[in-house]
Design a protein around this ligand. Structure first.
Ligand SMILES: NC(=O)C1=CN([C@@H]2O[C@H](COP(=O)(O)OP(=O)(O)OC[C@H]3O[C@@H](n4cnc5c(N)ncnc54)[C@H](OP(=O)(O)O)[C@@H]3O)[C@@H](O)[C@H]2O)C=CC1
Ligand SMILES: O=C(O)[C@H](O)CS(=O)(=O)O
Length: 491
């Protein structure tokens, strides 16, 4: 750990953004269960004590959200759009402070954190516009005296549970369409990164979003809040981003209420480099895809497949570029890779490296000893990766790049699809026929072709197989928060 203390308030242009209470029904409240500590993963020091809400307090927030939603749904789309647009404007005006708060509690380099704030805000901007375009339809009657109308209405109260890796964007990617559709929202952030969620409440209040429409309920007990959201009959929708393991728990719990669920779950992304690829572009793409957020994203390349003819050249180019990346404190200028979120995350990366080495892989870059300081570990590249190694089936969620060699297109498609996950996939190639065939053959919700970054508010983000249910972002994203009502009239 870096032996520095983080006086977070002193780093902010507007220290009033550093709020540690919960935001419920338009009021700032303390937790009945006291507070829980939030630490800086780079320095190991405590940066805040945050309100620890009880399950009963979360239930109160849900009750308040139900009342507020009935009024919020009466607003016109244009009226909702205006306050959502103001919320977006305030996020961008305070981008630097929101990024500093995010880096202090999550660890990613400040430049990446600023990027996340812009990415997160883009969902509010996009869905503010969509609020005016929730269209129904009329359908020609099935009998001469029948008239058929289909209307779209907000689903109601939404419960949201989000992870620590994108503590701003994973909330706004849900809250944007939900509020735009006329729903109200109860957000439980990860205990590791609650400050980025709470400050969204501060700015929502300043934007004029009515009390009870958006509620931020930090808590140290994830499972208790999850049960309340799944068991409370007022909640009509659960939206979750996180591991497939926890997604299964929530789906089981929500089944009793037959509750609608959106699930953005784990991944195991293949990154394929064919022999006709632009190798330098593929190296750059692999670095962005693998090492963004220090490898702690569900769409990071988890397995890198390189065709035999270009394998050695790719490995050397990748090693040369990655060796120049700077590991350090995200708050310090020039840092490319911050810490992992906690010691357990570091242990998982070390376990994957040790497993690969025990099965014959060679470490061509990185700290083999594993004797890293604190939550830091050097970016690591292994060659000679094979499908019996742990990272073939498990998500590493860290800065480990395993290089697999393959011979034919059919071989690599079979290898790439050999997983229970189906979120993101990537490949680099120039031949048009190959691009079409491989894009169609990959069993994933997202395919990046000659690019390692696919994240944008305008596209439908989501997975197939055990990577999730539903889509977030794009004009499709608002449908997750709408119900369709069919009206049949005799005339
Ligand atoms: N598809 C995607 O976009 C993402 C997928 N992931 C996947 O999640 C894993 C690592 O991220 P991580 O955050 O640890 O994932 P988790 O699934 O452990 O946590 C995600 C969120 O769920 C909460 N949670 C944990 N257990 C429960 C429960 N029983 N009931 C209700 N909520 C619960 C966590 O709370 P708390 O943290 O306070 O314990 C956190 O807020 C990786 O496998 C990664 O692939 C992660 C992020 C995004
Ligand atoms: O949770 C994640 O990893 C994000 O969904 C990835 S992205 O949306 O920032 O690409």
């Amino acid at each position: 750990m870096l032996d520095q203390t983080t006086n977070l308030a002193s780093l902010l242009k507007d220290p009033s953004l550093l709020e540690t209470r919960a935001y419920v029904n338009g009021a700032w409240i303390d937790g009945d269960d006291g507070t829980f500590a939030v630490d800086n993963p780079a320095r190991g020091d405590k940066i805040a004590d945050v309100a620890d809400l009880s399950r009963a307090q979360v239930a109160d927030a849900i009750t308040a959200a139900e009342k507020a939603q009935k009024e919020w749904a009466k607003w016109t789309g244009k009226e909702r759009a205006a306050v959502l647009r103001k919320w977006f404007d305030l996020m961008m005006e305070n981008q630097d402070d929101l990024a500093t708060i995010l880096t202090a509690e999550q660890g990613k380099p400040l430049a990446e954190a600023k990027g996340e704030i812009a990415y997160g805000a883009s969902f509010i901007e996009f869905f503010a516009e969509e609020a005016k375009r929730v269209y129904g339809e009329t359908i020609p009657g099935h009998q001469r005296d029948k008239r058929i109308m289909v209307m779209k209405q907000p689903i109601g109260v939404v419960g949201s549970i989000t992870p620590w890796n994108f503590p701003n964007a994973m909330i706004t990617r849900k809250a944007g369409p939900a509020l735009s559709a006329g729903c109200s929202f109860v957000a439980r952030p990860a205990a590791e990164t609650p400050l980025s969620a709470i400050v969204l409440g501060v700015l929502a209040e300043r934007a004029g979003i009515p009390a009870g429409v958006l509620n931020i309920v930090p808590s140290s007990s994830a499972s208790e809040v999850g049960k309340e959201m799944c068991e409370n009959p007022i909640v009509r929708k659960i939206t979750f981003t996180g591991s497939t393991e926890v997604g299964r728990i929530l789906l089981r719990q929500a089944a009793d209420q037959v509750m609608k669920c959106s699930m953005e779950l784990g991944g195991n992304a293949p990154f394929i480099v064919f022999d006709d690829a632009d190798l330098d572009a593929a190296v750059d793409g692999a670095i962005m895809c693998k090492f963004r957020n220090n490898g702690q994203t569900c769409v990071c390349a988890n397995r890198i497949y390189v065709q035999a003819g270009v394998y050695d050249a790719f490995a050397q180019k990748l090693k040369d570029k990655v060796s120049k990346m700077k590991v350090g404190d995200g708050l310090e200028a020039g840092t490319d890779l911050g810490p992992l979120i906690n010691p357990e995350a570091l242990d998982k990366v070390r376990e994957h490296i040790a497993d690969a080495k025990s099965k014959g892989a060679q470490v061509i870059l990185g700290d083999e000893s594993g004797s890293n300081d604190g939550n830091f570990i050097a970016p690591t590249i292994v060659t000679g990766a094979t499908r019996d190694m742990a990272f073939s089936t498990e998500e590493t969620f860290g800065p480990l790049a395993p290089l697999f060699k393959f011979e034919t297109e059919d071989d690599v498609i079979e290898l790439a699809n050999d997983t229970i996950f189906g979120l993101a996939s990537y490949f680099y190639a120039k031949d048009l026929s190959r691009v079409y065939k491989v894009a169609e053959a990959l069993e994933y919700g997202i395919v990046g072709v000659n690019t390692g970054i696919i994240s944008t508010e305008v596209a439908p983000f989501g997975g197939v197989k055990q990577s999730g249910l539903g889509r977030e972002g794009s004009h499709h994203g608002i449908e997750e928060f709408l119900e369709m009502k069919y009206v049949c009239m005799s005339v």
